[in-house]
Write a protein that binds this ligand. Structure first.
Ligand code: SF4
Ligand code: F3S
Length: 100
């Protein structure tokens, strides 16, 4: 499955959710999560994220390995999100945003 990692935290751009064919994104207070039971690994969401927060679990950078379990644990506690909404646009998020 694909996993939402640290760059999403305090950002929530939500560009990812509109392209997911199976609506498997769930919205937490500070970031989004992908349900590992529902994700079909289509990769459509990966290039949509402006801060490159989404990875296949096998490609997660070492420092973010814990996010696989976090996504699995959090999705059952959060509502589905499948429509774009305003990003959090926090200072920490703006600093990591990809140029262009
Ligand atoms: Fe949805 Fe595809 Fe991204 Fe999985 S890889 S979360 S199915 S868009
Ligand atoms: Fe988060 Fe990127 Fe989606 S910041 S909400 S994973 S577009």
């Amino acid at each position: 499955a694909h996993v939402v990692a640290e760059p999403c935290f305090d950002c929530k751009y939500t560009d990812c959710v509109v392209v997911c064919p199976v609506d498997c994104f769930y919205e937490g207070a500070q970031m989004l999560y992908i349900s590992p039971d529902e994700c079909i690994d289509c990769e459509a969401c990966v290039p949509e994220c402006p801060v490159e927060a989404i990875f296949h679990e096998d490609n997660l950078p070492d420092e973010w390995k814990d996010f696989t379990a976090l996504n699995a644990e959090m999705t059952p506690t959060c509502p589905v999100i499948n429509e774009k909404k305003d990003a959090l646009e926090t200072e920490s998020c703006d600093q990591s945003r990809k140029k262009g």
